[in-house]
Design a protein around this ligand. Sequence first.
Ligand SMILES: Cc1ncc(C[n+]2csc(CCOP(=O)(O)OP(=O)(O)O)c2C)c(N)n1
Length: 334
Amino acid sequence: MAKTYEKEIKLNDYSKDVLTDFYKTMAKIRKFDENLIRLMQEGKVSGFYHSGIGSEGLSAGSIRQNLRDEDYIFYNHRGCNQKIAKGVPLSKIYGDFLGTIEGTTRGLGAGIVHSADPARGVLGQAGTIGSQLGISVGTAYTSKLTGTDQVTVVYFGDGAASREMLHGSLNWAGLYKLPVIYICENNEYAISCHVSETHAVKENIADWAEGYGIPNCVVDGNDVLLMHEVVKEAVERAKRGEGPTFIEAQTFRHRGHFEGDPYDYVDVEVLQGWKDKKDPIKNFAAKLMLEKIVSEEELESINAEIDSEIAEAIEKAESAPLPDPKRIYEGLFA
Ligand SMILES: Cc1ncc(C[n+]2csc(CCOP(=O)(O)OP(=O)(O)O)c2C)c(N)n1
């Protein structure tokens, strides 16, 4: 059975810059999300949006200070969190929602799932939930064959992990000891299906990895520093040529599956408990202040800076033109 990852972490082991970077990244992710929802409510963005509010610690902790531009990530459909942590400019992500040429797809209106930023190692998602699990062994295999120390990190939900794709991917990664890190964002629900209804392993999703000889663990995905440490160790293992790691990061979404989902299948008190007691940003801010690493005023000023950055990004994305109709033929192969 998968072990729970535990480590005694002292804030003083990190520099103030690193700690504020974790805070800033999480706050930026949340504010990005809240503003995107506002744009939807104003009728400026249409289509599906899967909010990542509540799981910011998982992405910020796993990516910041651990991954370089040349390391690859495959995000999931709740994955603006991961794109932001990997450094994709906010205006480009908003541009993909607004359909203007500022977006990474230069106007194809990619929404959340069809954008990519190869220069920053953001290689996209896949057409169907969990298919990125197959593609990620491809990039990891390439790194191994070409002898680079690039690491691939693949994010997927508990629902995606119930697909057959996981097993083909784990088998290949385990067999060839590929430098790939599996991060299962277990927020307990796949749309309205509870994880207890979707997996044959009864304790943890990470238990699937055991059969493929892949080191695995369960971790509190809302603790940004624990996330950072567990992924740091996995990155080091991968770079030493010791192969993959499977991390089941436990979290919970604050909003429904998509904007518009009434979210009535989740117990109100359970949801409120996650919001009140396990909010990754609130808890981290409280720790930073308790240990006098930052003051309330400093946090306020960081938040004000992020607000201006977001306002500028939206302005840039919104004021960019829509694409020329010929854009649709660029990159089209037949
Ligand atoms: C192969 C496939 N099956 C079903 C869907 C429809 N679908 C979209 S999101 C989703 C739930 C995914 O849940 P999970 O992987 O737990 O991620 P979460 O939404 O909880 O972050 C489903 C079933 C799909 N897109 N692709």
